[in-house]
Design a protein around this ligand. Structure first.
Ligand code: PMP
Length: 309
């Protein structure tokens, strides 16, 4: 399948057509996965000819913290990253919802995996993006035989490229088995997350999600959902979750910038709850879509509006 993309990218300090943004096959990051990335959504509003960027600051905070985790120098400040991104959006004049992919990578061509004394290169491109996973039908998930990589192997707090081989293996297993997505358990056999999504269960009206120390990404959607629930008076718990709890949960859903809020109908071929979208998931999905589309004044501080003129 060919990915559609917006014409311009930021590459090696310049704005150039994405088709010309090319690296050598000898690039260290390509060989060893020595890179990290971000994933930011823009929701396009036709009436206002503007895009709403969800939690712009938080995304670049997490992005820069990956540079710190790798212990590498990074050439741009938080403010510069936001400016480069805003300029690129305006230059590409999007007319759809889109996804921004900032990418930091070891761009030299020396042999051997080594992050010492390294300054990272930076690139950014954007693609049109609808739903990454369906949000209007229930997903069928499978608990993966692949274990979620642990923090002491490749830190799960960073979006580090090499660690996504772990996600890709789980996703392949799920797809090959006819499932929509995988659930990964951590090294202790407890629930961690999806291949690229955080996971929530609801039991007796309480929203539960694995703690951050369970080897999960510090998801920005995850954090937003916890805050929305707090504001709605829904009880939340961040604690270890075991596999069998998934099967007996009233509701299960996945969250992420890509998947947004996607509800789960089946896990390992067992029906979850009533087999329909649950009451709390439905409520959260509705509020989430209002927020990211700039339609909720209570959460407008989470959005950055960029006029496309
Ligand atoms: N876990 C993993 C492994 C991911 O790649 C993602 C996508 N960034 C998420 C969770 C969800 O994080 P966020 O809500 O910040 O997109």
């Amino acid at each position: 399948m060919k990915t559609k993309f917006y014409q311009y990218s930021f590459f090696q300090g310049k704005t150039i057509p994405v088709v010309d943004a090319k690296v050598s096959i000898m690039t260290n990051a390509l060989q060893y996965g020595t890179a990290f990335f971000g994933g930011i959504r823009g929701y396009f509003d036709k009436d206002q000819n503007a895009a709403f960027i969800f939690r712009f600051d938080d995304h670049y905070n997490r992005f820069l913290s990956s540079a710190n985790i790798l212990g590498c120098k990074f050439p741009y400040s938080h403010g510069e990253l936001k400016k480069i991104t805003t300029d690129l959006i305006k230059k590409n004049k999007p007319n759809t919802n889109f996804y921004l992919r900032p990418f930091a990578y070891v761009g030299h061509t020396e042999l051997g995996p080594n992050l010492a004394n390294t300054t990272l290169d930076f690139a950014l491109y954007m693609i049109p993006l609808g739903d990454y996973l369906p949000v209007d039908k229930g997903l069928s998930l499978v608990v993966s035989s692949w274990e979620r990589i642990s923090d002491n192997a490749i830190p799960s707090r960073g979006k580090i490229s090499g660690s996504y081989v772990n996600s890709a293996l789980a996703r392949k297993e799920a797809t090959d088995g006819g499932f929509d997505e995988a659930i990964m358990l951590n090294r202790y056999g407890r629930v961690a997350e999806g291949s690229a999504e955080n996971l929530f269960i609801i039991r007796n009206k309480t929203l539960i999600t694995p703690s951050l120390s369970e080897g999960v990404l510090e998801g920005i959607t995850r954090r937003s959902i916890l805050k929305i629930c707090e504001n709605l008076g829904i009880k939340t718990l961040e604690r270890p979750v075991e596999k069998s709890e998934l099967y007996i949960a009233d509701e299960v859903f996945l969250s992420g910038t890509g998947c947004q809020i996607a509800w789960v109908e089946k896990i390992d071929k067992r029906t979850i709850g009533s087999g329909k979208i649950g009451e709390i998931t439905k409520k959260l999905q509705k509020i989430y879509f209002e927020i990211v589309r700039g339609k909720s004044s209570d959460y407008s501080h989470w959005n950055t509006k960029i006029s496309i003129s």
